[in-house]
Structures are given as structure tokens and as C-alpha cells.
Design a protein around this ligand. Structure first.
Ligand SMILES: *Cc1c(COP(=O)(O)O)cnc(C)c1O
Length: 368
């Protein structure tokens, strides 16, 4: 039996390259609370991503919860059912009612044409997701937000380094939130960040992630502990040195999959967002009705061959018990998301995936 292949494998630079970073931490004796590596990583990421201000967090979920707090979002928020469950959970943690709107069947991002009908007097914001790192229709979403005076908070957990027609996609909306979880393109073991448009917003977010402290004796808000530690930030600095190489490898694997899969009846790849507009973080395929096996049978078959593809995103967020009672969670309201959740399978993609393994995965899909 071949050794197991998972949908992703964290990118780990050579261990000896990390030792000097650890020595520095031991020398400084600063372990957290905005130490030197934390400051360095915030600056380095702003430069790399092409954004003005960025606040690091302990993980992406706490960053989402804090982003909503920072903008004082209340009432109802329009969001997508086709995402990782943390997107909607961040709303519930703020006492906000999620209102689910269907996705565009081609991009699997929130469908801007369906947003307006879901707006009520209680709506205060839109929380879209750049699904698989594919940019949302940011202009259409902003236009609706401007017309109805709504905030836009992007769950950009998949969108590290993704660009749109006018630079980083992370500059759109009021705030964008990244995740640096081990499974993501750029990881700090656990981690995340909020992209802020101005220094004042960053200051407020920095206070909120540190219990609301402004100075030793002043607390201005019921903040949380969302701080990134020095060890995570140091790892991020090292990871950043290797990111372009890692992204190039992903891009190569993405094009190889597209060539190999071409012509397999019943298997459809999502359109590539384009050379510079993707980070190749996922490789979703859609198993259509004219494929000889069901999606789940293909998933099982790969599993029996030690290949652990993942059904991202199945079940839909709206199928989980804390959401399924909401009127907007009904399947009739979400036909495109419901269909995608039944068809999608994310194939393994990570820098160390070998061409031979990639061929073996596609051979197993083709031979049915
Ligand atoms: C990973 C992910 C999150 C959560 O990020 P964590 O850093 O794991 O807390 C939120 N939303 C989406 C879409 C994600 O993929």
C-alpha cells in the first residue's frame, strides 16, 4: 500500500532554518504581547500582500469575531452557506442572525444578484467568502453595500496573496480576515489577521485583541485575548521566505491536474480565476451526473487507495443543527449551494505532492 496522501500537507521549511529564530526568542525573553517578531511579521505581511495595515491574531475565527465587534455589527448579516462553519459561527458568537444567500454556480461565491432580496431593515452587513481563493465580485457587492449603507467583512481565509483587477483582493470591503491555520497556503501553525483600511481601525482592533487595554490601567472595551505569540510570528517570518516557491509549486500542480483531467467524462474543474488571481489553495472538482460513480463512491474509492480527498463544503453550514431552522437555510432558497455540496471533491494539492502521486490520483478517477 502506498503511504497516505491527504488533501493538504503543511508547508514546513527545513527545521535548521527555524533554530536561529528560536534562539532569538530565548535571548529576548519576549514570548507574546506584541513582541519583535509580531511587529516584523505585521510589517512584512503588509508589504508582501500589498495592504496598508494588518493586525495579527491567534487564529482566523477569533479574528472574524473581533472584526464584527470592531465595526459594532448587529442585527442580521447576509452570508454564504458554502463555507467552513466558522464563517457563520462568528456571527452567532456576536448574537447576530445569519441570513443565507445562494452562491453563483460557476464560482461558488455569494451571488450578488441574490443579495438585495435578502436585505431587511435589520440587515447591517454582508459577510462573503472568497471561496477557494477565487475573488468574489467585489464591485457588485460594494455597490449593494453602498446603496443600503451596509458594512462588508470578507472572510478571506482562503485568499492569501490573491489579487483582483486593482491590486490585493484584501483591500476590498471594510475589513478582510485571513487564516494562517496549518491547512492554509501560508501558515503560522495557528494564526490569522485582520486587514484594516486605516491606522485608527487597526488601533481599535489591537485594543480589542488585548482585552480592551489601552494602557496599564485603562480598559475601553470588553476585548478578547486574540494575540499571536512570538513563536507563531517567528514561524510566519520564516514561512514568508518560502512562500513564492510554495505558490509556484501549487500553480504547477494545478495546471497538471487540469491537463490530466481534461476529457474525463463527468468531471468538471472550476474555472481558473487566472494567472495572478489565484493562490491555488484548493483543487475542487465537480462530479457530475454523467460520471459513472457518485461523488461519495469516488471519495470512498480514493480513500480505499489511501488518498484522502475532502468534500469541502459538505455538509453546507445550513445543514448544521444551529442553523437549519432559519428560514434562509431551506434548501429551496439555496439550489446552487445544495448542488455544489453534493458534487464537490477537493483533490490533494500541496507543494510536496509528487507528479507520480498526482498521476496515480487521476488514474483512479479515470479508470471508472
Ligand atoms: C480556515 C477557515 C476559517 C477559520 O480559520 P481558523 O484560523 O482555523 O480559525 C474561517 N473561514 C474559512 C472559510 C476557513 O477556511
Amino acid at each position: 500500500m502506498n503511504s497516505p496522501i491527504y488533501v493538504t500537507q503543511p508547508y514546513l521549511p527545513p527545521l535548521d532554518e527555524f533554530i536561529p529564530y528560536l534562539e532569538k526568542i530565548w535571548e529576548n525573553k519576549i514570548l507574546t504581547n506584541g513582541g519583535p517578531f509580531h511587529t516584523q511579521l505585521e510589517q512584512a505581511l503588509c508589504e508582501y500582500l500589498g495592504v496598508k495595515h494588518l493586525a495579527l491574531f491567534s487564529n482566523g475565527t477569533i479574528a472574524l469575531v473581533t472584526a464584527l465587534q470592531a465595526l459594532r455589527v448587529t442585527g442580521e448579516v447576509i452570508t454564504t452557506p458554502y463555507s467552513f462553519v466558522a464563517t457563520a459561527h462568528s456571527l452567532l458568537w456576536n448574537g447576530i442572525k445569519p441570513v443565507f444567500v445562494d452562491v453563483d454556480p460557476d464560482t461558488l461565491n455569494l451571488d450578488p444578484a441574490k443579495i438585495e432580496a435578502a436585505i431587511t431593515p435589520q440587515t447591517t452587513a454582508i459577510m462573503p467568502v472568497h471561496c477557494y481563493g477565487h475573488p468574489c465580485d467585489v464591485d457588485a457587492i460594494q455597490k449593494i453595500a453602498d446603496n443600503y449603507n451596509l458594512r462588508v467583512i470578507y472572510d478571506a481565509a482562503h485568499a492569501f496573496g490573491v489579487k483582483s483587477h486593482c491590486g490585493s483582493v484584501l483591500n476590498h470591503g471594510d475589513l478582510s480576515v485571513l487564516s494562517f491555520h496549518a491547512t492554509k497556503v501560508f501558515n503560522t501553525f495557528e494564526g490569522g489577521a485582520i486587514i484594516c483600511p486605516d491606522a485608527k481601525t487597526k488601533l481599535r482592533i489591537d485594543q480589542l485583541k488585548n482585552f480592551g487595554f489601552v494602557d496599564e490601567v485603562t480598559v475601553v472595551a470588553p476585548g478578547i485575548n486574540g494575540k499571536m505569540s512570538e513563536i507563531n510570528a517567528a514561524f510566519g517570518m520564516l514561512q514568508l521566505k518560502h512562500i513564492d516557491h510554495a505558490l509556484a509549486q501549487r500553480k504547477r500542480i494545478d495546471s497538471t491536474y487540469r491537463q490530466l483531467i481534461e476529457g474525463i467524462k463527468g468531471i468538471r474543474c472550476l474555472p481558473n480565476a487566472g494567472e495572478h488571481t489565484s493562490n491555488f489553495s484548493y483543487f475542487p472538482i465537480l462530479v457530475e451526473a454523467d460520471y459513472p460513480l457518485s461523488r461519495d463512491a469516488l471519495y470512498q474509492k480514493l480513500k480505499e487507495n489511501n488518498i484522502f480527498a475532502r468534500r469541502y463544503f459538505y455538509p453546507l453550514i445550513t445543514d448544521f443543527p444551529m442553523y437549519r431552522g432559519l428560514p434562509s437555510a431551506h434548501r429551496e432558497n439555496l439550489p446552487a449551494a445544495t448542488a455544489a455540496a453534493q458534487k464537490v471533491l477537493c483533490l490533494p494539492i500541496y507543494p510536496a505532492l509528487s507528479p507520480a502521486d498526482q498521476q496515480r490520483i487521476v488514474d483512479l478517477i479515470r479508470e471508472n
